[in-house]
Design a protein around this ligand. Sequence first.
Ligand code: PEP
Ligand code: MG
Length: 314
Amino acid sequence: LAARALAGYRGPGRTRDGHVVQVLANVQDGAGARAAVDAHAEGVGLFRTELAFLGRAEEPSVEEQATGYADVLAAFPGRKVVVRTLDAGSDKPLAFATPPDEANPALGVRGLRVARRDPGLLERQLDAVAEAAERTASTPWVMAPMVATVPEAAGFAAAVRARGLVPGVMIEVPSAALHAERLLAHVDFLSIGTNDLSQYALAADRLSAELAELTDPWQPALLELVALTAAAGRRAGKPVGVCGEAAADPLLGCVLVGLGISSLSCATSAVAGSAPGCRPWTSPRASARRRRRWPPMTRRRPVRLPGERFPGDD
Ligand code: PEP
Ligand code: MG
């Protein structure tokens, strides 16, 4: 089963000079995860669990959640899968979790903050992830969205560890980026959500076309927050990835890797072109186009270190 599911796996993403950068996919269900396998993603860097429940009036049962989560985990046996707990609220309202009457939902009770009102919702979701992990004999990484403080990260990490899972938090709020090192005292990894981090750093609605220039992921202030976070990860010896759509831009991917980001996770449609894991190679003409457009660092085929073997070599 593992060999079949990983038939498309071509080894880790790597720059031409051998620097390893995981190229992962953002998915929302099992079908999406299987499409990511076909696109040669190395794993899942962001499983948006809330998207499957957007139209639902009632909270799904632990059993239903576990079945859905196991479907995603089963697509990547033995590979990294990062499950995000429900990011309810703001642009992703869930009827059973989101307060209906907030004046300012983007700054309101969204993401991990929902657990302040209803701790059981988070507990039940973590139980479902643990159940899915057991069914698929895997150890998913589990991260919380919209974390702003160290106590939030510490409480979440304790709940995740208690279930034998690997805890992390998203960096989407500037206060979390500024305190990345303190957060890393409690969690095992960080994942930067550039979509929201740019929204909150530049004080510009991510859904406003009129303000798109402010939420552009090339904004220097956003990149400084990324750099701060990556540096904290390096000091702590813990991975820091980017799972916002900034990771889908091949040129920006180079910048992120240069800042110390260790994995890039983006929409499956962009995985093949994501820097520096730009594969698979398609037509010679498309390859030539890419070579003209991308700087040499991203012009790469899967590179093998001396003696290295990839699954399927035999
Ligand atoms: C982000 O904010 O960058 C992110 C990846 O999460 P979402 O887009 O689902 O809010
Ligand atoms: Mg977000």
